[in-house]
Write a protein that binds this ligand. Sequence first.
Ligand SMILES: [Zn+2]
Length: 384
Amino acid sequence: MNMNLGEEYVKLGFRINKHVTGFVDAFFGPPEIKTSIEKEEPESLEKLRASAEKLLEYAESSSCDNPNRLFLSKQIKAMQLIIRQEMGEKIPFEEYVRSTLDIEPIQNYDEIIDLEQDSIGHLLDIGKYGKGKSIADRLNNFNQAEAISDKEIGQVIENAVIDCRNRALKIVSIPTGEHVEFKFVSNAPWGEAYNWYLGNYQSKVEINVDFPRTKYDLYGLVTHEAYPGHHTELSNKEKMYRETGMVEYTVVLLNTPMNVVSEGLADVAYDIIFGDQIPVDWQLSRALVRLRAACLSKGALLKHVNQKSDESVKKYLIDNAFFSDSKATAYVEFINYPLFRGYVMTYFAGQKHMRDYLFNMRQDNDVTSLLNRLMNQLNAPSML
Ligand SMILES: [Zn+2]
């Protein structure tokens, strides 16, 4: 048996996308692959299940010489589970997360949440935002004192882009001709911001302006979505495709192991370029990113494993992640939204994998070479 594993994998992704709209989150490979599948009648789920099985068998066989076959077999396993779910099989949430994302959903969330809450309380004390008051009240004071008006937001983003891009360029290569366009939107199902990678080294980043923002949040978004986060990663993947012709580099599939690596990389992107010797207010914003990722994973488990009501998950997020009422409502929607109910688990797990990989276990390797390797390789969490 001989087949082009990468191409068959991308085609399977598009065929699944006909049943699960949004499954192909980005594609920047040869347009004829996409159009050939668009022209087909949708394949039945039974047939897709059989093709996925055949593809996995090939990826795991000795006749397959694709260097990305380990990554691809993990991706195909996720696709198999998504097909099974689409066929009506009831898959417990924990199994769904393990099989689609290649991570362990049960973690010591409470311990980490306590730790980050303590450190946030301590940082707020140093920052003098009303010592003695509750963390929620002091954060509220902080957010009000630092709020950026709608008029200023464009300028703050522009400055952040220049600063973060320059810093990123010192440690990671970014293809020439790349560009990110920022757009402001309202009422989005994906929370705070989203990167639509358009191909040809271009991204459109949408920022949800329904929530008040500080410059700390905006820098967090720019590093996560653009430099050196999603946009930087995907433009390097596209460059790899152009250099090698391997089409598996050109597709992003939602709820698959690759998302954990990407979200982890994006969530530590700020830490990579600014380091940890940063002023108190910036430390506070980083602690919030870590705290909230843990709370979102815990919130998803409360909802999908413990069957808690939306109201009680919302209360949990307000009390523990210190979200405002409106933000907590948006995140409960995110946790419930069919395409993102498992995806919400990627942030905490991704951060953990990425910190271990880049900072804690690096031995002889420096961050720069590890980072460039990550940008140019296809990895699932268990491969790091
Ligand atoms: Zn992201």
